[in-house]
Ligand binder design. Sequence first.
Ligand code: XMP
Length: 514
Amino acid sequence: MQEKIIILDFGSQTTQLIGRRVRELDTFCEIVPYNKFPKDTKGIIGVILSGSPYSVHDPEAFKVDLDQFVGKVPVLGICYGAQFIANTLGGKVERSATREYGRALLTEVNTSDALFKGFEKDSQVWMSHGDTITEIPSDCQVIASTPSVKNAAYTNKSKNLWAVQFHPEVFHTLQGKLLLSNFVVNICHSHCTWSAASFVETTVAELKQQLGNDRVILGLSGGVDSSVCATLLNRAIGDRLTCIFVDHGMLRKNEFEKVMNAYKGLGLKVIGVDASERFFKDLEGVSDPEQKRKIIGRDFVEVFNAEAKKIVDAKWLAQGTIYPDRIESLSITGMTIKSHHNVGGLPKEMKLQLCEPLQWLFKDEVRRVGYELGMPESLIKRHPFPGPGLAVRILGDVTREKVRILQEADDIYIERMHEWICEDGVSLYDKIWQAGGVLLSTVRSVGVMGDERTYEHPVALRAVTSTDAMTADWAHLPYEFMATVSNEIINKVRGVNRVCYDISSKPPATIEWE
Ligand code: XMP
């Protein structure tokens, strides 16, 4: 049976990070909304309560019935989780007189407690709360303090309960990994058997069982998630899997051909559909970003459906949905900023069941599974690329000519990025989460080429570092690299006479311009 840690999400921005840290300990975990503690508790070896944007005294604060798990399995409360437990079990939480944000040192720490085993004196932790625990429940003991936060951590051993007011999951808590490892491995007794190899083995066996002799359809996008999903299914059911790859005409330069070849090399059965004519026609004269997205999403589903219908006897639709997609859609405080499109809305009469074998994985785990399956690096390390393609990287309306200009500029940028090897031997491309060009086709500026005046469009280059695309920072690209790329784009790509670099982080900007 799969042993797992349950992480109850009270809406903190770092809940996902807790999940990542637990998985890094080769232990499976599930992040569930604070009020959805599983009824079936088989395999649960521990529970972690996350932080929250709320104060425990807010009328709308999220509450949970602790009796479901306290005293039954080991529990760790983090920040709000620690305050909620203290407040519920008879302690006191009050507005703190001084703000408790940022770095702090654990000047007192009980290293004989299992949670702090191996901790150094004055270990740095990261605080982020406006409330503070002024009194812990009477049956608990303090196990760590900072100069301004006496109750930085407390425990009740007989209840198998621990709580910390700082955030062990963030980078700035320097021994945070050790603390989580103490909890997951020493206290919850995880066997640490969660790995890419074990995932492939159990998932292939489960898929064989689940799908039997049924036929499955899958929409490929060229991205790592759908490609890994297809390869995994191929391993389980062979050619009973049929993949459909729709070319909407707004992919990167030669992308469709390159990716089709890679898929064939993997032994996948792929139907490639060139539907670019239809997409360009429907996008004619449309410049509003959301409208462009909606049209592409609708056309995509219709083209996909038309192909899918030809595959008689299909019983399943497989999707490369990964864990962050699910968490975002389950999010308790989230809202839609952009309409992302995925294959969906297959006609009801086809009665397809959904198969989502990657639904518990984070992006880096999907990549590890890809390696385990022996997929080529070119597919595994590919930067994320939006479903609507270059259409959301061309400001204003989309034409074939604009796509051509952007494809040329983008291709120079990305190729040079592959070729640029950093001091540690890793290419610039592999260091970056995502990069691409944006054609500012609603803007023109004056330039001079030879003796001629030009009046053309700028291209903005975007490159970001990130771990999950929820937040991102602009990448500090080397100046010499930018100089080379800028020169080459302006000299070679007709229609572009200026190159800019986008230095906005997310938030407040987003990764894509539209
Ligand atoms: P934003 O622009 O919202 O993008 O910061 C976050 C991440 O999502 C990708 N993206 C999409 N992916 N369909 C997708 O499959 C879409 O419609 C879509 N829009 C944005 C984006 O490239 C980035 O990695």
